[in-house]
Design a protein around this ligand. Sequence first.
Ligand code: PFF
Length: 457
Amino acid sequence: MASEKKERASFSGRLGYVLATAGSAVGLGNIWRFPYLAAKYGGGIFILVYIILAATFGYTMIVTETALGRKTRKSPVGAFSFFTKKKMGAVGGWMNAVIPMIIVPYYSVIGGWVLRYFVEYVRGNGASLAEDTYFSGFIGNAAGSEIFFLIFAALNILVIGMGVNGGVERVSTVMMPSLIVLAVIVAVYSVTRPGALAGVHYIFVPDFSKFSIMTVVAAMGQMFYSLSIAMGILYTYGSYMKDDVDVESSSYQVVLVDSCVAILAALMIIPSVFAFSGADAAQNLQAGPSLLFITLPKVFASMAGGRIFGILFFLMVLFAALTSSISLLETSVSTLEDEAHMNRTGATVFMFAVMIVLGSLSSFGYNILSGARIVGMQFLDFFDFLSNSLMMPISAFTTCLLVLRAAGVRVVIDEVGKSSKFRMRKMYSLSIRYFAPVLLVIIFLSSVLSALGIISM
Ligand code: PFF
């Protein structure tokens, strides 16, 4: 544009916003993290708590971040300082900005696992992937897992460095619907296996005796992670959103798409644990981060055309992971450009270094550094806990404070009202004033107490 001031780029409209936001939201969080947490925290009760939180609290945060981003036309650090010059503002802005820098390294380690499985399916090694010890053997091998992590990280840097994010996003608009179709097929196959119905029951019938504060802590951390909230992404996306796009209904659409993909992934994976793990079912439900990788190969191995399914599935998950990690990386790079006054190349190189150091720690935590523990956790779990359970509640809390103490609830309501009538205005007000801050304090304290071993997860 030949105007005097460089115009901020913008999404083409509502669809552009929803696709970009859903592209960032749908990723490993839905396909890898949600099913293992649901399996671990009692199935139906976890999913119920998750849905309630996403529809109320998650929605509140999406609306807030998007509206503040659009109002200020700035990414988080700038948006905070737009409303307040107090220290708290800077802390809030930076907290939002640092979280993606902690997540993207270990996210890339998991991305590397996905890449490895894709390559092995292409090479026709599906049968070995389905063996019980394959996954532990793979992550137990330092060089083997590190290489795939490095390739995935380099892929991200390449996309960012070459400025071809748009291209990846375009490909992912085809990949994402295809992933959903494929996931539906695999889910139908899984739930119709003998013995799988116990898994469907486990997912959909909440067992209230399994409820504890840790169910809420885990569901809340997952909600932040999966919806890409409390880490600045949506401020940035909001800043690209045109004034006539309906913030309220696009936020609901993002929550809906993201939650449906997560539940679909749970339906692919959890019933298969019951159907394929035999006597190990109860133990496998507790498998944690490895659940997807030990369960799905068994499903594919038993399917006609399993190799093709394996190739396609891991390819699509790879793309979903890539669009998400690129959005994490892109916010980190642009914050460093804007606020630390680095040039783009410098910021990209800096982030690559951060990814290699923190990512390698996470990857080596499963092999040569397996003895190392931080507050009782191995590195990957620690980075996950640090970002999701400790920093995100603080970061979301600073967003609440920003609205309540500096900007005013009215600013958000007016911003949303610019494009359409804000139908859930009353619920929004209550949520941002009372429900969200109180819940955030409870979650944060529970996380600290559990890290200190005072309450158990
Ligand atoms: N929401 C993504 C997922 O569920 O995989 C992860 C993520 C991507 C988080 C981008 C944050 C973000 F900025």
